[in-house]
Design a protein around this ligand. Structure first.
Ligand SMILES: C[S@@+](CC[C@H](N)C(=O)[O-])C[C@H]1O[C@@H](n2cnc3c(N)ncnc32)[C@H](O)[C@@H]1O
Length: 253
């Protein structure tokens, strides 16, 4: 199954908003080399390219389906298929950027300082990661995973909160005195089971992938029920989905 650009991009507009907010805070005139880590389908990479058209941009992602889509959208960028936990940059960058991807990488106490080492002097680290791992959407997913015949299969795949608190991440990155903030976006979604549809593009994906086909429908039905209770559809057809995100911005002196 893997990552599906189509499923992920069903909510392209609300997913883009934090990337725009992060981009607006980056104070760089003419970066020569930019890494977009976990670049996905390249729609955010395209924003980097239009802001800094002279820059050499390298998008890194572990999904070939996502990278194929990205390469079609932005053929002038370079696309690298790699797991970020193993990837070694060949050169120091002026901007290391990542939107909504690094929560898939473990051990941030090691990984975040390593990103700083990938920066040239004067380079900027600009990250955005979901900080909603205690939200009802995740709790519902955990409850569904642990409440059926699939629980032994799914338990090892449940990821505890991979994103540290702002205080923890500040301490991890203290050498560069980062600016860290969190914002809760209140997404007003429409359509049938929109929160289920949203997480089908992200956190639900590895769990579904691990299930035999015969269990997938039943597991989805349990998720659908729990999510409908946690995020009820209003009389006007809108389902409100609050989503907290953490931003990290730092300059290497
Ligand atoms: C939620 S998408 C975000 C994509 C893009 N940054 C955006 O803002 O639209 C997360 C991306 O991270 C990638 N990813 C997840 N784990 C990864 C890893 N260990 N190494 C590289 N990429 C990874 C996925 O393939 C996916 O394309």
């Amino acid at each position: 199954m893997g990552w599906s650009p189509d499923q992920y991009l069903k909510f392209a507009a609300p997913r883009l908003r934090p990337a725009l907010d992060l981009l607006a805070r980056i104070d760089l005139e003419q970066p020569g080399l930019i890494y977009d880590l976990g670049c996905g389908a390249g729609n955010v990479t395209a924003l980097l390219a239009s802001r800094w058209p002279q820059a050499r941009i390298v998008g890194v992602d572990s999904s070939s389906a996502m990278l194929d889509r990205a390469a079609k959208l932005l053929p002038q960028a370079e696309w690298v298929l790699a797991d970020l936990a193993q990837w070694q940059p060949s050169e120091a960058a002026d901007l290391v950027f990542s939107n909504a991807a690094l929560h898939w990488v473990d051990d941030h106490a090691r990984f975040l300082p390593w990103l700083v080492r990938a920066l040239a002097p004067g380079g900027v680290l600009a990250l955005q990661m979901p900080a909603n791992f205690t939200a009802p959407s995740h709790r519902s997913l955990f409850a569904a995973a642990l409440s059926g015949p699939w629980q032994d299969l799914l338990r090892p795949l449940l990821r505890e909160n991979p994103v540290g608190s702002p205080e923890d991440n500040w301490a991890i990155l203290a050498e560069v005195r980062p600016e860290i903030w969190e914002t809760t976006y209140l997404h007003a979604l429409t359509g049938e089971d929109p929160v289920l549809e949203w997480i089908m593009g992200t956190s639900l994906r590895p769990l579904l992938e691990a299930l035999p086909e015969g269990w997938q429908g039943d597991f989805l039905a349990v998720c659908r029920n729990l999510l409908a209770k946690a995020y009820p559809r209003r009389a006007n057809g809108v389902t409100l989905f609050p989503f907290r995100r953490q931003f990290i911005l730092a300059k290497k002196i």
